[in-house]
Design a binder for this molecule. Structure first.
Ligand code: CUA
Length: 374
């Protein structure tokens, strides 16, 4: 028995080896064409949102290099797998046959270890250099803007150093001057969040108990999304705000305005704010209806007077009808104190007491009380 198989095998083996060599050439041709098509297609696709920081262009180039390096690998591996499945499949009558004995191929093993190792090491080094450059402090470190970013369920608040001294200026929207390095200090009041501005290509977790940082230099004026990129609870998807990149003088004007309108009011001492307001000069009296629109209230609440249809939070025409100013005030600054039937606590941003001044909250309360009266 053994002798017959010994004599039969070499004959069929030689045929197969010759066969295999002949079919490797077209296989290589197909793999090269498929790789080139794959690379061309992946470079043509616009993967990213607009690029708005100096760091973004380096990261996009890194991504393109990763594509050029990984598409041929993917094509090579899948072609060899598909080819082998087809070429060496079991044919009728071969059910009981064993494959040819293999004792390994040292040269092949060295090649398939060394090439991927070189590739991985080069890509890791390149990625490290890009990361290192992006984190580099600017030459003029003094001119760097520091912004404290605080996440909480489910909103972001941005804090700036007050140009007039005193307590930090708080804002629900991120404002940044163009062409100036910004260093973010990211914090959270409750659970993990992740501060991400896709147009800057950079994000970092907000971790309870510690400060995390990153820096970017915005280079393009415009309004971009600020996103929470860490599942943080029921309202995670609503944790979206805007980053406004403006000129240096627009930014200074905005910051001075924020400082004098008294964003960062202490809700427990509303009386102190009135003084701040007059000291700020000829600031016009806040308009409740405009504040309702500007703070995105209509995105979640229905209010006939404002023509909004939001359904995430309670219908204000119903729940605020006939309510006292004190109740409305509490619902704005401490939204979880009383939750309307059928709604979840923790969805409404709890930071309006910080980002709106006392007079703005007063105007909003007055507006809501009047708008829901009828
Ligand atoms: Cu905060 Cu997701």
């Amino acid at each position: 028995m053994e002798e017959t198989t010994e004599t039969q095998r070499p004959a069929s083996e030689t045929v197969r080896v010759a066969d295999r060599k002949a079919s490797v050439a077209p296989l290589i041709g197909i793999a090269v064409v498929a790789s080139l098509l794959g690379i061309a297609l992946s470079l043509l696709i616009d993967w990213f949102p607009v690029s708005a920081s100096t760091q973004a262009s380096n990261i996009d180039t890194l991504y393109d290099v990763l594509i050029v390096a990984s598409v041929p690998m993917f094509v090579l591996v899948t072609s060899v797998v598909l080819y082998s499945v087809y070429r060496f499949r079991m044919r009728p009558g071969e059910e009981d046959m064993d494959g040819p004995p293999i004792h390994g191929n040292t040269r092949l093993e060295v090649i398939w270890t060394v090439i991927p190792a070189i590739l991985m090491l080069s890509l890791c080094t390149y990625a490290y250099v890009v990361l290192h450059d992006a984190e580099d402090a600017p030459a003029a470190a003094k001119s760097e803007l520091n912004v404290r970013v605080v996440g909480e369920q489910f909103t972001w608040t941005f804090f700036y150093r007050n140009p007039k001294g005193g307590r930090e200026v708080a804002s629900p929207e991120l404002y940044l001057p163009v062409d100036r390095s910004v260093r973010f200090t990211v914090q959270t009041k409750d659970v993990l969040h992740d501060f991400w501005v896709p147009a800057f290509r950079w994000k970092i977790d907000a971790v309870p108990g510690i400060d995390t940082h990153y820096r970017v230099t915005p280079i393009r004026r415009g309004t971009y999304d600020v996103v929470c990129a860490e599942l943080c609870g029921l309202g995670h998807a609503t944790m979206r705000q805007s980053a406004h990149v403006v000129t240096g003088s627009q930014f200074s004007a905005w910051l001075r305005r924020q400082a004098s309108r008294g964003g960062g009011a202490n809700p427990s001492a509303p009386g102190t704010q009135a003084g701040g307001q007059t000291a700020g000069g000829n600031a016009p009296a806040p308009n409740g209806k405009a504040l309702f629109a500007a703070n995105g209230c209509g995105g979640c609440h229905r209010l006939a007077d404002a023509g909004t249809q939001g359904g995430t939070g309670p219908d204000l025409d119903q729940v605020l009808k006939g309510k006292s100013a004190a109740f409305i005030h509490q619902s704005i600054v401490d939204p979880n104190a009383e939750i309307a039937k059928g709604y979840q606590p923790g969805i409404m941003p709890p930071n309006f007491g910080q980002t709106l001044s006392a007079s703005e909250i007063g105007a909003l309360v007055k507006y809501l009380q009047e708008a829901t009266k009828g």
